[in-house]
Design a protein around this ligand. Sequence first.
Ligand code: PEP
Ligand code: MG
Length: 836
Amino acid sequence: MLDIPGFTPVTPTADIRVARHGNRAKCLQRLIRMDLPVPQTVAIPFATVREIAEGQMPDLATLIGLFEGEPMLLSVRSSSEAADWGGPNAVLNIGMNDAAHGWLSKTLGHAAADKLYLRFIRSFAIEVMRLDEEPFDAAKTPSEACIIYEEEIDDPFPQSIADQLAAVLRSMARAWDGTSARLLRQAKGAPGDAGLGLVVQRMAQGMGPGQSGSGVVQFVNPATGEPKVTGRYMGQAMGRRDLRNSDKAIYLTRDERGPSLEDLLPEVYGELLKVGARCRKRLREEMQVEFTIDQGRLAVLDAVRCPREARASVAIAAALARDGIIPRSEALLRVSPDTLSRLLHRQVDPGAERVVLARGIAASPGAAAGRIVFDSAAAQAAQSRDEACILVRRETSPDDVRGMHAADAVLTERGGTTSHAAVIARGLGLPCVTGAIGLHVSHKKRRVILADGRVLREGDEITIDGSTGEVMEGRVATTEPALNGAFGDLMAWSDDVRDIGIRVNADTVADATLSRTFGVDGIGLCRTEHMFFESGRLTVMREMIFAETGADRAAALDRLLPMQRDDFTALFSLMSGLPVCIRLLDPPLHEFLPNETDGIRSLAEALDRPLSEVKARIESMQEYNPMLGMRGVRLGIALPEIYEMQARAIFEATVAALAKGVDVRPEIMIPLVTARREVELVKRRLDGVAAKVRDETGVDFDYDLGVMVETPRAALRAGEIAEQAAFLSFGTNDLTQMTYGLSRDDAGRFMSAYVNEGVYPEDPFGTLDVEGVGELLLLGASRGRKANPKVILGLCGEHGGNPESIAFCRFAGFDYVSCSPFRVPVAKLAAAQATI
Ligand code: PEP
Ligand code: MG
């Protein structure tokens, strides 16, 4: 094996490593090991590229000396550790100079040689030496281009391959260190100091006599993952850019719309299919293969993991496992929880009325409606108000990435399927339409002029369909995503391996229905207060809150009772056989009262009381610190009739459901507990109600009483609390709020400063703070379990849908986590991944 300082020839036995040379170099070695016709390749490791960026060039004469052939033309491609971290664009035909031009004129003819040389001078000048593009537009011949080059840079166009190569390597190494490249790759999860490797390869000419050309092929549909040969081929062409920019490219497979490689060169086409099948088996992946045909001979230049949308990545992983190429556990690991969540995106309802304002390129699938914003700051502001927004830009740049994170969809005037907006949006799973025809975006005037002259302004609502490229007026109805067989397979395989339950936070029949289709293990949190906000109920609720006497309150509660009973009966029937955990009323009562004059006036009318009295009453109920005030179990202690009504509704619904043959044993959960005595008091009352309902109906039933551990004191006193409880459910939203003393409703205003300054590694309301809140969880869990070994442990804060937090709960020995309906599949996959 050759041992050359600074670079490594890629041979079957060379020591090429992803962590040292990058993904592309490793992949090329694998292709070489498979005996595929790969042109001679040398890898430059991360360390050398770093030195090059710092101005220290390795011995290029030795590097060039490794290559054979005449004329000596090389390409350089980037090779980062993970394929999707990107890297500077490839530079082709390094070594093109007057001599090579002369040589190629003889073999390829003048026209082809001129074209190659002219193109190289241009790309060297613009991409490597960073000269302006414009002066080169006038150059029609290589010599004209050489003159322009010299005028611009005061030096002749370099004729030495070593000089050219040095400039290319330096420019690529420095581009990787630039701020925008760094931000882009960080958005894709790369560490700030990620390395870049480079691969230098001998050019296989796609231009020359006979059948020569270049192409890109993949063997699956990148949108769906279904088997399908797709890609393009073009005669007398070189590199991906040729293929992208030309309408002379032809199909690969026989196609009635035009000529194809299959017809033109059936043997080469057959060979390509074999390459695809071998790559799939040996590399255990669907690959996209870049190839040239050099006078009828196939050369495989490169193979990268086939780019794919969320749907396709799930389909591909599942198919590889079904075909026995990878184990199921690996298929599960190959799909990131985020990818899965993208699959769950909405589509425009086919039956919905739509007025199409513009059409563009369907750049990233899914549909979203929202208000127009024109920059990142406005997108972030909308997000903090919980308002859906569509980021509209002429085109996007790295500066817009933060806005894209905050937006629900992206629309750009310019660009195509590979433009910045499209690539980033696909990465983020955002619906995106690029290159919208006839649209004119003015960031300055904050408006969009449509092709027919109509004007849209900031704040106007539009709907984007990133699957069709349509931009529609207003809010168009969307449908839930259609989940295919591969998704089902993945869910089933996750269920086979995961050892922590995944429940759902569901308050409505719709939420519960959706989560059942995802195969959820039960309801972990039904927030009953949401049921009181429905129309028709709010007034009764307000009457109950305003009641001055016990009798008035009882009358209002009597009216609420059947409504709650119906809610619970419906949930029990839907979730038959699965646990349903209902939380008793939690928020401060004044949250149910109106705070605007109009609302207060209608309340006064409904109550038949003077406006001033109602106003004064509302004011008297205001609290200085409502989140720490009269809420949760404190309501249950101070106004026990409310919890009693809720308990009666739950028990009567249980009886009604049992009568229908539904398998139900309700769980009732007490919020915001701080002391054992609170639990005892509520338990005694609830047991009393249960006994009465059993008596009245003659039906025997059971229920489990649990406690929400969402105050630090409850976690600390979990031992004595657990003696009274069948389960403890950690409410990490409030627990985080109280552990940090950080308002969950106000922290958004300064959280980004905190995260940017490294005070907190992440927003603790999104990802569980394992060091602080996590310690309380561990403590509460162990004290609870010690006092009551049978106690069931769950978590129902927002963290229940976060993969890292799920892994932590599993580590802490929790029985389940509970999350919002759309996070259920993500949580199941994350739970499975945590066990593998
Ligand atoms: C919690 O505090 O974690 C919780 C689940 O309850 P809520 O978000 O309703 O306060
Ligand atoms: Mg809470």
